[in-house]
Design a protein around this ligand. Structure first.
Ligand code: PLP
Length: 226
């Protein structure tokens, strides 16, 4: 049984890495996975693991002593910021002035400059987190001078579709925002990462300019109901 999933994860990591153009970073979306599964993925070559929840990442930290990067890819509640900034090397989900300020202030206390991405609600879905496309530039202009935040790009989930082609327009919207922010040349803002695409849509995301893809299902297998 154990050998079985080890082989599967090894093969999946190799296959996915081979399918990525150079310069595209693979984030293993590790929610609900067991420590052994995550360790196997790391042994197979995964360099960045993504967690949706601070608590889950915190638990996993005690099992993982490898030199990997940790990205927060889920919504960050302000009361979790203090923990989050110690656990994560990048927060991909900044989406408000208040959250940006809280992260900045907590990072100031420990002297850590936090790389962040701005999360875009590209589908303008009322039940989703992320900043609306029309508000991105003004948000960045409000937060770019916070000294302990380093804005490095944009992230989006986009609406879920059975057919991955459905996601393409939302990736396009996010890429054009990315270009717009880059062109604006805002001081201290380094637009170098565009994080979009998941298991069923990552190839389309890459075609539309993504250079970070966040992949769970096709790497670890489908998630069991918890
Ligand atoms: C779960 C998750 C992913 C990966 O989704 P899969 O379809 O399992 O590849 C990517 N990004 C975020 C924010 C996630 O929560």
């Amino acid at each position: 049984m154990k050998k079985n999933y080890t082989d599967t994860i090894n093969k999946n990591v190799t296959d996915i890495q081979h399918s990525l153009p150079s310069g595209v970073l693979l984030v293993a979306a590790a929610k609900t996975r067991l420590p052994d599964e995550v360790k196997t993925a790391i042994h197979a070559g995964i360099k960045v693991i993504g967690y949706n929840y601070v608590q889950e990442a915190e638990k996993m930290h005690q099992f993982i002593d490898n030199d990997v990067q940790w990205h927060l890819i889920g919504h960050l509640q302000r009361n979790k910021v203090k923990k989050a900034i110690k656990l994560f090397d990048m927060i991909e989900t900044i989406d408000s002035l208040e959250l940006a300020e809280t992260v900045n202030n907590q990072c100031a206390l420990i002297g850590k400059v936090m790389p962040v991405l701005i999360e875009i609600n590209s589908g303008k879905e009322s039940n989703k987190t992320g900043v609306l496309p029309e508000n991105v530039l003004s948000l960045i202009k409000q937060i770019h001078e916070l000294p302990y935040l380093h804005i490095q790009g944009l992230m989006t989930m986009g609406p879920r579709f059975g057919n991955p082609e459905g996601a393409r327009p939302y990736f396009k919207v996010t890429k054009s925002l990315f270009d717009e922010v880059k062109k604006a040349g805002i001081p201290h803002v380094e637009m170098k990462f565009l994080s979009m695409g998941m298991s069923n849509s990552y190839q389309i995301a890459i075609e539309e300019g993504a250079n970070i893809v966040r992949i769970g299902t096709i790497l670890f297998g489908s998630r069991c109901a918890q």
